[in-house]
Ligand binder design. Structure first.
Ligand SMILES: [Zn+2]
Length: 442
């Protein structure tokens, strides 16, 4: 096939895992990209391109989507505490110290890590999101920014009014890469009227709501004491479930809760590493999926994980469910890859644009370099194809060679083009010291 003129970008001679509805796999082929859009893909493409990327042992797949993270900075300090001690003595005092200047650096560090580990779209719930939006505009990633609105205790989070302002200032900027949703921290930290107002605003503006839900047993018990309802029943009684609604964690659910989530069309975000590290529990992922609840994958913050590497998260996502069920056949590799690509694209309402490699979709693509001993040997014939198993159980973010969003190359051969790595490290160090001094931790 011969294209006319010169296209912007050709990704050449790669194995391609498309994640299209037929789950087409191309053993060796190319992807033609022009004006940010995939215009062709397949074997034997013949295009003249302004830029070509060819990786000898390269495997292309849709850019990964992180369904839940926080743009925090204080990774790895004050570890090994009980969850409530950690939250009350460390997290909230630190959260209160964040300024837009600190968030700008924290976001740069987080977005740099995501570019370098193959995430192309992320959902971020945290503070001073105007600063995050500025970073997102220049990093080249696709993001859903949701301010962490907290009513109780005061001063450690964002406000509903600030969330509305952020939407008006930023939604749709960066060629549609900057998206603003309503971010309400959790039923135990936000007032009922805040959820109700957020639901109304989201509906009127065609956006969604992101929140934490049923992460720990304690919060479920507290909600039962206060309202005589589980958190799911409580939010349901407020009328806020439904539409685009992304609920992080969903670890402690009753059968009746799952029925409500399924009927309302709520998407649950499974954060296996954070749930293990904070000893929160095991999300009933298989049960939720069997009931028709869409489950997607997230990393949670770099405090509770401690990285935001979706490849590593996919490995633990599978391993934890297998252990919890004492059944190695649950949650197949391809299902886990769906939870990091096409399913979150559906949850965010962008599956017509991204989430798979298909003609007419935006070019959000990553290339893994299989020139690594831990990714060999592999077979990809008609009967046996272990590439996806390698991606889920053997690969890590360090194996990502190139990251492309909207047809723009953000990283090639591990060189990031949009953010300055060394400067970010230096400033992150300085800001962490400032944060800890402010919170009285040093
Ligand atoms: Zn979280």
């Amino acid at each position: 096939m011969t294209g006319q003129g010169q296209i912007d970008l050709l990704l050449k001679d790669l194995a391609i895992i498309t994640m299209d509805p037929q789950r087409t796999f191309i053993k060796k082929g190319s992807i033609a990209i022009d004006n940010g859009v995939i215009i062709d893909l397949g074997a034997d493409l013949d295009y003249q391109a302004k830029k070509t990327i060819s990786v000898e042992q390269g495997v292309a797949l849709p850019g990964l989507i992180n369904g839940h993270m926080h743009g925090t900075l204080s990774r790895g300090i004050c570890e090994d505490l009980k969850l409530m001690d950690w939250l009350e003595k460390i997290c909230f005092p630190l959260d209160a110290q964040y300024t837009p200047e600190i968030i700008e650096v924290a976001e740069e560090l987080n977005q740099l890590e995501m570019i370098m580990s193959g995430t192309t779209t992320f959902v971020d719930i945290y503070r001073h999101m105007h600063a995050a939006a500025r970073v997102l505009e220049r990093s080249g990633l696709r993001g859903f920014l949701t301010p962490q609105v907290i009513d109780v205790p005061k001063g450690v989070g964002e406000t509903y009014e600030g969330n509305v302002q952020l939407y008006h200032d930023w939604h749709g900027k960066g060629n549609g890469r900057v998206n603003i949703w309503m971010g309400i921290h959790a039923p135990y930290s936000a007032l009922p009227e805040t959820y109700i107002k957020a639901k109304e605003f989201a509906e009127n503006h065609g956006i969604g709501i992101h929140t934490h839900l049923c992460e720990t047993r304690d919060e479920v018990e507290q909600c039962r004491r206060e309202y005589n309802k589980t958190p799911v029943q409580y939010l349901h009684s407020l009328g806020v479930l439904g539409g685009k609604f992304l609920a992080a964690h969903c670890v402690h659910l009753t059968e009746a809760d799952m029925e409500i989530l399924a009927e309302s069309g709520v998407t649950a975000v499974y954060n296996p590493i954070s749930n293990m590290k904070l000893a929160s529990g095991v999300a009933p992922v298989v049960k939720m999926r069997d009931r028709g609840i869409r489950v997607v994958l997230g990393t949670d913050s770099n405090l509770s994980n401690n990285n935001i590497d979706m490849l590593k998260e996919m490995q633990v996502a599978g391993a934890l469910q297998k252990l919890a069920h004492m059944d190695a056949s649950v949650l197949k590799s391809e299902e886990i890859l769906e939870m990091a690509t096409i399913l979150p694209a559906q949850a965010l309402g962008i599956d017509q644009e991204v989430g798979s490699i298909e003609k007419g979709k935006k070019a959000d693509i990553i290339i893994l370099d299989f020139d690594r001993p831990h990714l060999w040997p592999y077979m990809c014939n008609d009967r046996i194809n272990n590439l996806i198993a390698h991606i889920i159980y053997s690969a890590s973010g360090a194996d990502v060679h190139s990251t492309i969003v909207d047809g723009k190359v953000l990283m090639e051969n591990r060189e990031v083009k949009t953010l300055d790595r060394k400067r970010i490290y230096e400033q992150a160090q300085e800001m962490l010291e400032r944060l800890c001094r402010g919170a009285g931790l040093v």
